[in-house]
Design a protein around this ligand. Structure first.
Ligand SMILES: Nc1ncnc2c1ncn2[C@@H]1O[C@H](COP(=O)(O)OP(=O)(O)OP(=O)(O)O)[C@@H](O)[C@H]1O
Length: 325
């Protein structure tokens, strides 16, 4: 992809396959091929949307990048360092630079712990700050995300959904990270609250030069929030492009089908005929050849036999389709 700057994140043929065990001896009988051969480069300040149907491997990809899942094959480079499956001790150095924001921050907040104490934790683990200094930092964080010092002593149940997500963001930015994986971070929020939280994410991105991987099933939100997009199908990358290019010239039939499924069509985009039909094949028994061929309206024999190459069809616009390259 772009050769002008050093990527903050580089994935090379990254794979994550979960073993399926069975029988009395719990032997490995098969695998869930959740993430397959993902190779992308992400530059500092990018917001990369990662989209695709439920189960296409978006969360697993994010978790494998952050070392929360062990990669089966391939490499993850963060600022030029190979961080693939590195041991906890060496990873500590990078851990604070890479954070995650989840869909449901409540699930990861201890209901019996005051928010101030929860937000202090990263400083206890990663810094030598005194209690007073930690408290000052927490109040600073609360202000930064649109809350205030009086919230320090509140418990999670005393916050609204939007406020809880602000706390999730405060926790993620506490140690000045460089990369944040947002996993459906605004999906559970009402549209107006969603807009406020997205604005907050954008404000802190500009202020701290953050890079986001923005996992979402909402292509409308991705269009407004991201500058690049990766479309995944059955754990494979099928298309990558700058955001406007992808929405104006979607090339993979799967991308077209996803865009056609948006309830409110995008102004100016002519509605193509491709619709998503049929069921998603099981990721433990993926089809041979192009992973999408079983549901593709333009598939031919070659699609069921050979995996299409990843081809650049215009600057930084890549697609894997036998009939669109
Ligand atoms: N720990 C695990 N063990 C076995 N299979 C798993 C595990 N985690 C995820 N999977 C499987 O890997 C595949 C990809 O799941 P993943 O959650 O990454 O998809 P997703 O695109 O994020 O979906 P969603 O939008 O529903 O969260 C799915 O088939 C899922 O069941």
């Amino acid at each position: 992809m772009s050769e002008t700057t050093q990527p903050i994140l580089k994935l090379e043929q990254l794979n994550k396959h979960f073993p399926i065990r069975g029988g009395i001896l719990k032997r490995v009988q098969n695998h869930v091929y959740a993430v397959n051969d993902i190779s992308i480069e992400v530059e500092t300040g990018d917001s990369v949307g990662i989209v695709g149907e439920s189960g296409c491997g978006k969360s697993t990809l994010g978790r494998t990048i952050l070392g929360l899942e062990e990669a089966t094959k391939g490499k993850v480079y963060f600022k030029n360092h190979d961080i693939t499956n590195i041991k906890e001790k060496s990873f500590k150095k990078f851990k604070k630079d890479m954070q995650m924001i989840f869909q449901d921050p409540f699930a990861s907040l201890d209901p019996r712990q005051r928010i101030g104490d929860t937000l202090e934790e990263p400083f206890v683990i990663h810094t030598d700050l005194s209690k007073k200094e930690r408290q000052e930092r927490v109040v600073g964080l609360l202000n930064e995300v649109g809350l205030n010092a009086s919230h320090y002593y509140n418990y999670p149940h005393q916050f609204s959904g939007g406020q809880r997500q602000r706390i999730g963001i405060a926790r993620a930015i506490a140690l000045n990270p460089e990369l944040i994986v947002c996993d459906e971070a605004v999906s559970a929020l009402d549209v107006s609250v969603q807009a406020q939280v997205l604005k907050l994410l954008q404000t802190i991105q500009d202020k701290y030069e953050l890079t986001y991987l923005f996992i979402s099933h909402d292509l409308g939100v991705v269009r407004h929030f991201c500058n690049k997009i990766l479309v995944m199908y059955l754990g494979h990358m099928v298309e990558w492009a700058p955001i406007d290019e992808l929405y104006e010239n979607p090339t993979h039939p799967y991308t077209e089908a996803l865009l056609n499924a948006i309830p409110r069509p995008i102004p100016g985009r002519k509605q193509e005929k491709i619709k998503l039909t049929g069921d998603l094949p099981s990721p433990s028994d993926p089809p041979k050849g192009c992973p999408f061929h079983t549901r593709c309206p333009i598939a031919t024999e070659v699609c069921s036999e050979q995996k299409p190459e990843w081809v650049e069809i215009s600057p930084d616009h890549f697609v894997a389709c036998h009939h669109r390259t």
